[in-house]
Design a protein around this ligand. Structure first.
Ligand SMILES: Cc1ncc(COP(=O)(O)O)c(C=O)c1O
Length: 400
């Protein structure tokens, strides 16, 4: 009888009875959206990251959209960001009618290279949108120094960085305080805690927080929580164009349970990441991710760069054939058909950048990371045997 291959997934949320029980609460209480669970989740999340204000929304893409609107990004503006990110980062800029201007990454951290930001600041630049890619904090100190000099707001795409930390004035602080102006988080199941889908905005400025609360609920002047509790008839109005970017109470109830698990999840992921480092450290040509001394990643993903002689697709296929799921390095938005528009797939005018389809001379590190890196399985209840299997198969493939 043939032995059934046990698949090792790329990621898997860590949830259980506690989350299932929590989801029951709003269902049985009858208040299932934008109610007390959402309010409690916001408070607990804010306390966890050390933020004054946190506003829950439907996902991180909608959070990014609202963050950009809040800092005043409008049609025709430019926003400096990375191409090397999930496409939602760049898409959120285009939702505002603005142009993403892409900057290359540092090859070791897969994060924006701060040294390249100043070169692309123009009189149309309205904001800088940085990403803490796959949980690794980007160099906020260097980025904020430039942003302050040019008086530009900084939005942090912290979709992947719940629980990641940065050394700030001698103290370890959670990403999302925020250190920039606004930070945006995701609770998609690929992230280290999940509400199915979901997002959170943390902001420095109370005015922005107020604005998010209006925008996320159609621009409605009196929230339904207030109307529900009112002793007199009140009518709401809609003074601005709003959106339906609400989080449900069912999601928030699950999120509150997930938050309780977070310290244990991070500890486990840091342990597994360290184990990958130890077990893969001696593979010739294989480049492992590095954590700067001022950063602590939550290791949302563990991304390795393959030796030159290895073909990315062949390695991924061979791993899949033995039941191990991997993913290619982070995508590059400028290489996608949705960005092959007019003259600006990389955001720079044609007379200063001669982009070819799918290739930009300014984004070579991003392109190489996409082509040469793979993401290995990493999830909370991954066993040592599963991890050893990944290591064994990858080592074999790197040594042929
Ligand atoms: C860096 C980054 N930004 C934004 C998003 C979008 O998050 P969501 O799916 O919650 O909209 C993702 C999701 O994978 C992401 O990885």
């Amino acid at each position: 009888m043939s032995e059934k291959i046990q698949t090792i997934p790329i990621a898997k949320p860590w949830m259980g009875e506690a989350e299932a029980e929590a989801a029951k609460r709003p269902i049985l209480a009858g208040w299932v959206t934008q109610g007390p669970e959402v309010a409690a989740f916001e408070q607990e999340f804010a306390a966890y990251v050390g933020a004054k204000y946190a506003c829950a929304v439907s996902n991180c893409t909608t959070a990014l959209h609202l963050a950009l609107l809040a800092v005043g990004v409008q049609t025709g503006d430019e926003v400096i960001t990375v191409s090397h990110s999930y496409i939602a980062t760049a898409n959120s800029i285009r939702y505002c009618g603005a142009i993403p201007v892409f900057v290359d990454i540092e090859p070791q951290t897969y994060n924006i290279n701060p040294m390249l930001i100043e070169d692309v600041i123009s009189d149309r630049t309205r904001a800088i949108l940085v990403v803490h890619q796959i949980g690794m904090p980007c160099d906020l100190k260097a980025i904020l120094e430039i942003a302050h000099r040019y008086n530009l707001p900084v939005i942090e795409d912290a979709a992947c960085a719940i629980g990641s930390e940065i050394l700030w004035d001698g103290q370890w602080e959670k990403i999302g305080k925020p250190h920039g102006d606004i930070a945006c988080f995701s609770f998609h199941p690929r992230k280290i805690i999940s509400t199915g889908d979901g997002g959170m905005l943390t902001a420095k400025n109370p005015e922005w927080d107020k604005q998010f609360r209006l925008w996320r609920q159609h621009g409605m002047s009196v929230p339904d929580t207030v109307r529900h509790g009112a002793k007199q008839v009140i009518f709401e109005s809609y003074p601005m164009l709003g959106y339906n970017y609400r989080m449900t109470d069912i999601q928030a109830a699950v999120g509150r349970e997930q938050l309780k698990r977070l310290p244990e999840i991070i500890e486990r992921r840091r342990y597994l990441a360290q184990r990958y480092q130890e077990k893969l450290g001696d593979v010739p040509g294989l480049k492992l991710p590095t954590e700067p001394t001022w950063a602590k990643s939550n290791w949302q993903s563990f991304c390795v760069r393959l030796p030159e002689k290895c073909d990315q697709v062949q390695v991924m296929q061979a791993m899949l054939d033995t039941g191990i799921s991997t993913r290619r390095g982070i995508m590059c938005a400028h290489r996608e058909p949705a960005y092959s528009i007019e003259a600006w797939s990389c955001g720079i005018a044609q007379d200063t950048c001669d982009c070819q389809p799918g290739k930009c001379q300014r984004l070579t590190e991003s392109e190489q990371a996409q082509e040469r890196a793979i993401i290995l399985p990493l999830f909370h209840d991954m066993t040592q045997q599963q991890q050893d299997r990944v290591v064994e198969v990858l080592k074999e493939l790197c040594q042929v």
